[in-house]
Design a protein around this ligand. Sequence first.
Ligand code: ADP
Ligand code: MG
Length: 240
Amino acid sequence: NGNNNWNAHLLTSIGELSAGVAHEVRNPLTAVKGFLQLLEQTYNTKYIHIALDEVERAISILNDLMSVSKPEFEQENVISFNVATELESTLLLFQNQLYNIRIVKDFKQQVAIVKGRRNQIKKAFFNLIKNAIEAMPNGGTLTIELYQDEDGTHVMISDTGVGIPKDKLRLLGTPFFTLKQDGTGMGIAQVYSAIQNNHAFIQVKSIEGKGTSFYIRFPNDSRRKDHTISMEGIEMKTVQ
Ligand code: ADP
Ligand code: MG
């Protein structure tokens, strides 16, 4: 599918270009942050707090942007790790935001070993869970399923939230695409980069007003070089 391939190229080139820019902008901003912290010690005002918060927000956007880029990504080593543990610990990071959200954990195995770049994959889980929670401002159910079989390791993260409008589905994963007031549009781009970089497979199903589910499969054969991103039956396949 032409559109989706174009998306993939856009993701790679924007990702790499902006990662370079992000790096350059982050250094002076980090210096500004340091001076603001010094000022805060002497003049502890509301305005300095606001300035610090904003600088920190800017730095965190730049960090996100940098981690979408491939060169940065490929620096991490491939290791064997337990996906169940990573899902559990990622979920813990959100525990104080879950008061109106029911969690359903359906793990067929407590140990599901995957070979890959652990931090990238963990960050992908983080982004998917964060989006799921943000999609349910009035509460709902977050379901995390995990199972391993002869085809690989399967992870499903689903919510009963607002869903994604059909015509917006194919924009998912394009850096800066967001439908949120204060969104950065960097989360799914990161998820897709992590999927590609770990030779995994992702599929998105979403119904507006009903919910969204992301299905990820890590194939057993780590020698497999091709990876697929599929959106609602539209498949994008890239062979590395
Ligand atoms: P951000 O969260 O900063 O907006 P993301 O890349 O994480 O950026 O997500 C991009 C957009 O995709 C979101 O703004 C939202 O519209 C949509 N989206 C992603 N995940 C979900 C979800 N679980 N439910 C509904 N919409 C979602
Ligand atoms: Mg997000």
